[in-house]
Design a protein around this ligand. Structure first.
Ligand SMILES: O=C(O)C[C@H]1C=CC(=O)O1
Length: 93
């Protein structure tokens, strides 16, 4: 199942700088592990924003929720999920 996910990151200004740095490092490792596994095949930065557009390829809504809620930055994110279906005009489908 494919999902389009928008993540907007809003880290509080008063978060301890060491906690912030550690969380961002852990976020990168978590994200890259999922990318290598094939569960998170695409990620793009949204120009001018601390946000990304991503594609997830998972087995279920529950799996996606588990993966997203495990993001180290999850407490500081607004996340919008859009389920994707095959377009009838897609020449690659
Ligand atoms: O920077 C972001 O967009 C937030 C998050 C998603 C992957 C990652 O490494 O950080």
């Amino acid at each position: 199942m494919l999902f389009h996910v928008r993540m907007d990151v809003n880290i509080p200004d008063d978060l301890d700088p060491d906690v912030r740095a550690d969380t961002v490092v852990r976020e990168k490792a978590y994200s890259q592990d999922l990318q290598r596994s094939g569960k998170w095949p695409h990620i793009w930065r949204i120009v001018g924003e601390y946000s990304n557009y991503s594609i997830f390829d998972v087995e279920s809504n529950d799996e996606l929720h588990m993966l997203l809620s495990g993001l180290p930055l999850f407490p500081y994110m607004d996340i919008k999920v859009t389920p994707l279906a095959t377009h009838p005009s897609d020449v690659n489908a």
